[in-house]
Design a protein around this ligand. Structure first.
Ligand code: IPE
Ligand code: IPE
Ligand code: MG
Length: 241
């Protein structure tokens, strides 16, 4: 499959289906998450190779804190381990790591390591890999509204200055372009509070593959599907041509 043309600048992925993958094999959910980590690694490699400039992975939602403590602990442990093992790879491959979400809830030891990896990769410019951790889009929007309201109250900005660009600058994603392609695996067709503002005009792609089974060839299929769509942004087909 040839996909050189029109590579999306920003791909966001809702990595779903680890639990079901494990259950189908008679294993505990932990195995699904461990295997899911391999798919995430493969996505990073493939996106960098294909020339995608921004990849955002939904790794843990603000709602995922409601899961059993054992599962939450395992996910935090997996994150910590991946950061330790992948730092070298990120550096070698010129990939910058960033995070979005409420990191204050992430265990201190993991948070410190995250900070270290972000710091040590901040000058890399082949691709930006953003991990959404303890992330919820509504939380993010509430946060930005509070910051802006505070600035208005303190006469730093006037109400008339509030526009799309100002709101963008107050979101966690302030350094990222809008999402071009949003992928969700596992057959679920919902957004689950992920990048609601940033995906206003994203092309949505739903795959039936469970996340641990989602590999390079599936990513290429998703990008190829994206490339065959006409993005009109409110205009007519004739205007696009
Ligand atoms: C996605 O897989 C990983 C996280 C949400 C952390 P799930 O754990 O949601 O897997 P399912 O949906 O139960 O199969
Ligand atoms: C969304 O998956 C969050 C992540 C992939 C990290 P969930 O499995 O938590 O989503 P819902 O709750 O089923 O919509
Ligand atoms: Mg799920």
């Amino acid at each position: 499959m040839k996909i050189e043309k029109k590579i999306p600048k920003h791909i966001a992925i809702i990595m779903d289906g680890n639990g079901r993958w494990a259950k189908n094999k008679g294993l505990s959910r932990d195995y699904g998450h461990k295997e899911g980590k391999e798919s995430a690694k493969e996505m990073v490699r493939s996106c960098a190779k294909l020339g995608v400039k921004n990849l955002t992975l939904f790794a843990f939602s603000s709602e995922n804190w409601k899961r059993p403590k054992l599962e939450v602990d395992l996910l935090m442990g997996l994150l910590h381990n991946s950061l330790r093992t992948e730092l070298k790879e990120l550096k070698k491959n010129n990939i910058k790591l960033e995070t979005i979400g409420d990191l204050s809830k992430i265990p201190l030891i993991v948070r410190k390591f995250l900070k270290k990896v972000c710091e040590e990769t901040k000058d890399n410019d082949l691709m930006t890999l953003t991990l959404a951790l303890s992330y919820g889009s509504r939380d993010e929007i509430i946060n930005s509204v509070k910051e802006i309201a505070d600035k208005v109250k303190n006469n730093i900005i006037s109400v008339e200055k509030i526009d799309e660009s100002l709101i963008n600058q107050h979101l966690y994603t302030r350094n990222l372009p809008d999402v071009d392609l949003m992928i969700r695996t596992s057959g679920e067709k919902r957004i689950s509070n992920f990048l609601l503002w940033q995906s206003a005009y994203a092309e949505l792609y739903f795959s039936d593959e469970l996340w641990p089974d989602f590999k390079s060839e599936h990513l290429i299929k998703a990008i190829s599907d994206y490339q065959n769509r006409e993005r009109r942004f409110g205009r007519t087909s004739e205007q696009i041509i």
